[in-house]
Design a protein around this ligand. Structure first.
Ligand code: WTA
Length: 606
């Protein structure tokens, strides 16, 4: 696609978004019943494909089987010992149907919430799809979250069923998951069943509340008619960190999300049925939802699913996998690329990576330097690097470097079709080219979040922070060619190893430690992880800060949130910089940490 073609299609999509999306919805998806209205905008609430009926699993599974692609591989799962498990589209459909029947036999119905706390494995995908097939709302929690974090989400959702597995593998060790779920649901009577998947093929002793996964599915029929879902019926809730308060449950609905995950996978990654594709994300994050599960399945690709970490059992593990399965499209994060770069090029050189065509990046800005390394050593100067800026809230890619367009290392690229982007100052006025500003989206798009679970006010905030538009919370700059560079968050969110962590969340975990009086948390630049968490802590009088206390505080954060939120550095101080109204000035701590000018201190308390 030449830049002019992009430009004309883009302009058309912005001038007539309804026509643009409706024609795609018609051509790209199968509906049980067509919508009667494309879009309704009751600011800030919006609906797409009103009264249209569909089920996302029909588009991800049944239609491929009906088209004769039942024998195409849907997933190739590789565990830490390179043990491979594969599943075809036909078999995946049967497994999903069996679990759908199993869930139905437990009384799960349309609109019920089901929490998944599982490792990266085929059954994790089966569980998501089975929920979607029966119309239950799934909420996948990344298997690194602590029991308290899991419990809070289960309570927020009033989840009826939890699906878990007994362990996941990490660096050769089995990390148990079931005890976390036991703690999480202790005393919660509204949780009617816990489905436990025992991975060594053994059985779990079923009780009334605990059900063995294989026992549940083994006797079930492998046919299940997908629930007829309305376009606007919720498909899933995925929790993500905000700059204030507890994590928010981002709600995505069926019709718009189906189309958005499908069409971005197709247009941005050029994915076609049977293409071998590998997205390194876990389905516990949004990237996994849209670009491991729903998008690639909807287009009919063959996905590689890799459990474990990039450098175990060896530092060339990822390249070995790319070579072995002839991966064509490879989608990962800058933090992973920086780590692999540090290991050295020798790990890449011994592998044939000639199957690769498109290299994707997501999660944080990819610097020109890291971009160039990715292009040169992984892509061998033959592949395009596709950066993709988006968020849990956006459902799918928003600013991208489409494969056919000229590349600009270090810039995320151009707005995706139908996405009306602007960069504005704090009063909402557009800023000139090459000027820093806030990234906003001017109109809703089909994949956008519909609300925050149980908290409409928090949803409305996204659309009211800057008048009339969606404020993403990122700073950006646009050049004279329209290319957008993402500069990082404008709020108190930390991006560590591509994980989004709220400073307020970590502070509240720290403050609940019995020795801590007050705390402030900042993101500190880190060569590999992008940012690491640094905590400034004020202890209660009389507490001694020694190594034991530091370890204990870190352990406490692990218990409260999960290992990814542990501060790497802890500094004890006597006083936190605050405004006269008592707000902690993290900006001052950050500037001091970096040895920078402290900026305007007129609002500082003293
Ligand atoms: C950041 C992940 C620069 C950004 C899909 C955003 C990026 C937040 C990029 C959302 C990118 C994501 N370039 N920054 N390509 N992709 N981000 O919800 O700050 O986990 O607001 O979604 O990650 O993180 P989330």
């Amino acid at each position: 696609m030449a830049k002019e073609d992009y430009q004309s299609l883009y302009e058309r999509s912005i001038e007539d978004p309804e026509g643009f999306w409706a024609s795609l919805a018609e051509n790209e998806l199968e509906w049980f019943q067509k919508w009667d209205k494309v879009f309704e905008w009751n600011y800030p609430y919006h609906k797409w494909f009103l009264r249209g009926k569909l089920n996302i699993t029909h588009n991800c599974l049944d239609r491929h089987v009906a088209a004769g692609r039942g024998d195409t591989l849907a997933f190739i799962h590789v565990d830490e010992n390179y043990k491979e498990t594969t599943i075809t589209y036909g078999e995946l459909l049967r497994q999903v149907n069996k679990l759908s029947n199993g869930l139905a036999s437990l009384g799960v119905k349309k609109g019920d919430c089901v929490v998944l706390y599982m490792p990266l494995m085929i059954e994790q995908v089966v569980a998501m799809l089975a929920c979607a097939r029966i119309g239950a709302i799934h909420s996948v929690i990344f298997a690194g979250f602590s029991d308290k974090a899991v419990r809070n989400r289960i309570i927020d959702l009033q989840a009826k069923v939890v699906i878990t597995a007994d362990w996941t593998l990490r660096r050769g060790e089995k990390k148990r998951l079931k005890p976390t779920v036991d703690e999480a649901i202790d005393g919660l009577d509204f949780v009617k069943h816990v489905i436990v998947l025992v991975r060594d093929g053994e059985r779990h002793d079923s009780t009334e509340r605990e059900v063995d996964y294989y026992e549940l599915v083994s006797e079930q029929e492998d046919i299940f008619a997908p629930e007829v879902m309305d376009s606007e019926d919720p498909l899933f809730v995925l929790y993500t960190s905000g700059s204030t308060g507890k994590p928010k449950g981002i709600v995505h609905t069926t019709g718009g999300y189906s189309l958005y995950a499908h069409y971005t996978s197709k247009a941005v990654f050029n994915l076609k049925p049977g293409d071998v594709y590998w997205c390194t994300a876990d389905p516990g994050w949004i990237t996994g939802h849209s670009y491991v599960v729903y998008g690639p399945l909807s287009v009919g690709a063959t996905s590689v699913l890799v459990e474990g970490v990039p450098d175990y059992p060896s530092k060339d593990r990822w390249w070995k996998i790319v070579d072995k399965y002839k991966v064509k499209v490879f989608y990962t994060s800058p933090t992973a690329i920086r780590m692999l770069r540090k290991f050295g090029e020798e790990h890449l050189e011994k592998h044939n990576l000639s199957s690769l065509r498109i290299l994707g990046s997501v999660g944080e800005p990819i610097s020109a330097e890291v971009w160039n390394w990715f292009y040169k050593y992984v892509g061998r100067e033959r592949c395009v690097v596709v950066d993709t800026w988006w968020q849990t809230e956006t459902g799918g890619h928003m600013i991208v470097s489409l494969p056919a367009l000229p590349q600009k290392p270090g810039k995320a690229g151009l707005p995706f079709f139908g996405i009306d982007v602007d960069i504005v100052d704090k009063d909402g006025q557009s800023v000139p080219d090459n000027t820093k500003g806030l990234l906003v989206i001017k109109k809703p798009w089909p994949g956008a979040m519909r609300t925050v679970w149980g908290d409409n006010a928090r949803f409305e905030k996204y659309w009211s922070e800057t008048k009339g538009v969606y404020t993403a919370g990122d700073m950006a700059i646009r050049d004279e060619d329209g290319y957008i560079q993402i500069l990082g968050r404008s709020d108190d969110l930390i991006n560590s190893s591509g994980h989004r962590i709220g400073t307020a969340e970590v502070e509240s975990a720290l403050n609940s430690h019995h020795s801590v009086a007050e705390s402030a948390v900042i993101g500190k630049p880190d060569e590999i992880r992008g940012e690491v968490i640094k905590a400034f802590i004020l202890l209660h009088t009389g507490r001694v800060h020694d190594e034991i206390l530091i370890e204990d505080i870190k352990f406490h954060v692990r218990r409260e949130i999960g290992a990814h939120a542990i501060p790497v550095e802890i500094e004890f101080i006597d006083k936190l910089p605050k405004t006269r109204s008592g707000k902690i000035m993290r900006r001052v701590l950050r500037a001091k940490e970096m040895g920078q000018d402290l900026g305007d201190l007129t609002t500082l308390e003293d």
